[in-house]
Design a protein around this ligand. Sequence first.
Ligand SMILES: [Zn+2]
Length: 407
Amino acid sequence: MPTIDGDRLLKDQRALADFGRWKTGVHRPTLSPQDMESRKWLASRMTEAGLDAEIDGIANVIGRSKVSGPHLLIGSHTDTQPYAGWLDGAMGVIYGLEIARAFGADGTCRQFGIDVASWADEEGHFGNLLGSRSFCDSLPQTEVDACRHRDEGTPLRTALAAVGLADKPRSKLEPGHYVGYLEAHIEQGPKLEASGLRIGIVTGIVGHCNFNIMFEGEQNHAGTTPMALRKDAGVALIKLAAAILKRFPEVAGPESVWTIGKITLDPGFKSIIPGRADMLFQFRDVDANVLKGMRRALDELVQEANAGPCKATLVLGPQTAPATMAPRFQDALERAAERHAPGKHIRMPSGAGHDAQILAARLPSAMMFVPSIGGISHHHSENTKDEDLVLGCQVLATAAELILRGA
Ligand SMILES: [Zn+2]
């Protein structure tokens, strides 16, 4: 069995957090100087681990095993949200590095190849899951040409040229090369810790549907317009919001979530009846049929809202499909978890998006979670107990062996 070195794992985990360290967390946006420094450091660690390492034309760092036997790809991302945590993404990449080393040092596993990837821009500074999509051939060059930094507006191509990657080719997944893909990640939620559990085996990654719901009424004087004659877009919006909150529990699944993220009343003054109102609405679930049911319910409620004095329009925003994790890989993770943490694991969906949802379209893929202290993530206080970091890596290593042996 490949045995990971917990001290070496934690040392590398902490070394990576030095790039862009901010308070107790990390600020490492995609293609920033600290992000590029961390990629070069990671590539050098991969080389020391015996892998062929490269930084490709979209800034993916990929370390390839030189052995000829079956290969498994393990990865996540090392870019971060602004001024955020040290483990989101980074943990899964260092797990891959440590597991590659553990396999290389284990006489019974040397025939197996562990390749390691840090996918560029998972956090969406320039686009949507750019690195993993590029690798999986679902990122057209026209999109690369159109991407700009979400805050500064810098074109992605300018940013890639500035760090010397403009002329580098983008690495692509070779069909048939991998048995599959594994990704470990912090849970970023409270469920594992609250239940006293240590390992989450991800069943699927939720898909999400986003909408802008617009109401057009009639802007008028808030003192002289009788209530019966008003076309108050704000009231129409609030009624629909209340109807959604009442109806959705009836059509949703047990793990569904829905959120009204923003409400805007226009023009937004106390003595003016709003002539227009907008609401950003999102829902997520791991089951495509549940998503369809929620969509049907939303369509009906918007239609009913149109029977009132204001016109309601549903505008479709970005949608992502849910991704199912390979059942055989889930079983391997469960067996490995049972071996190292008996009774302390659970199968659960991922409410957040991850690179594994992109890889899952091309390769059998699976994900594993470790607990987040206090359920906190995307904040500099994000953390996981050292013993959970070490345990998670060993569980993933054991699962990788089970998968590669076809056991
Ligand atoms: Zn992440």
